[in-house]
Design a protein around this ligand. Structure first.
Ligand code: ADP
Ligand code: MG
Length: 225
């Protein structure tokens, strides 16, 4: 348990819908080590995004244990949760979630400025990150002036900006054609090779297969490996 980046034991999560309760995660247990590239694979509605929200400290479980980098997450209040989230997690979403009015460079620099970095440093770092994802010639383009794959690479640069412990990607290829999708997975493989811990959430077996390990989720449960 010591060198686990993520340790989950018997995580349960339900949603209230009117008078009814829908239990989405039913005693999920999993472990992910630092430096791994893991895919969480399951059909639509199986609870993947719910699990991602808990891993990413966007939401907390009803019961069970979640230890992230040695910190027990259950014990945290909303502010502390946000603090852990900002420090440890870089998010990549299916729909990119970029600020449409801002150029790529601003989209990446913005969270750095929010973190209190000086303007010059923030833009220097944002430039480096965009170069890292192969977009040195696209820094001054706005999201709609970029292809889907390029937008996703901007969002990966943004996700890396805070130096996260985990890159957490929910269906990152879901809005992309297969060629751009493959390029995003290649990018993750390269980033993993450099030591980044990556958790890729997908319903697509062909995408999941490209990770180093697959955790199968079905009906709110992790299947035997
Ligand atoms: P997946 O990402 O695998 O498609 P989700 O975690 O998004 O699955 O959803 C699992 C189930 O929980 C679905 O049946 C979905 O309708 C339900 N669900 C997800 N989020 C909420 C919510 N905020 N309130 C109520 N039900 C939800
Ligand atoms: Mg989902």
């Amino acid at each position: 348990m010591e060198n686990n980046m993520i340790y989950m034991r018997d995580i349960v999560k339900s949603y209230k819908i009117g008078k009814n309760k829908l239990t989405v995660l039913k005693e999920v247990s999993l472990e992910i080590k630092a430096g791994e590239f893991v895919a969480i694979l399951g059909p639509s509605g199986s609870g993947k995004s719910t699990l991602m929200n808990i891993i990413g400290c966007i939401d907390v479980a009803d019961s069970g244990e979640y230890i992230l980098k040695g910190e027990n997450i259950k014990a945290r209040n909303e502010d502390e949760l946000a603090h852990v989230r900002n420090r440890e997690i870089g998010f990549v979403f299916q729909k990119f979630n970029l600020l449409p009015k801002y150029k790529a460079i601003h989209n990446v620099a913005f969270p750095l400025l929010l973190r209190g970095l000086g303007k010059e440093q923030a833009y220097k770092k944002a430039t480096r990150l965009l170069e890292r994802v192969g977009l040195s010639d696209r820094m001054n383009h706005k999201p709609l002036e970029l292809s889907g794959g390029e937008q996703q690479r901007v969002s990966i640069a943004r996700a890396l900006s805070g130096g996260p412990s985990i890159l957490l990607a929910d269906e990152p290829t879901g809005s992309l054609d297969s060629k751009s999708g493959s390029e995003i997975i290649e990018m993750f493989l390269a980033l993993n090779h450099e030591g980044n811990t990556i958790v890729l959430i997908t319903h697509d077996l062909n995408v999941a297969k490209q990770a180093k390990r697959i955790i199968h989720v079905r009906d709110g449960k992790v299947l035997e490996q």
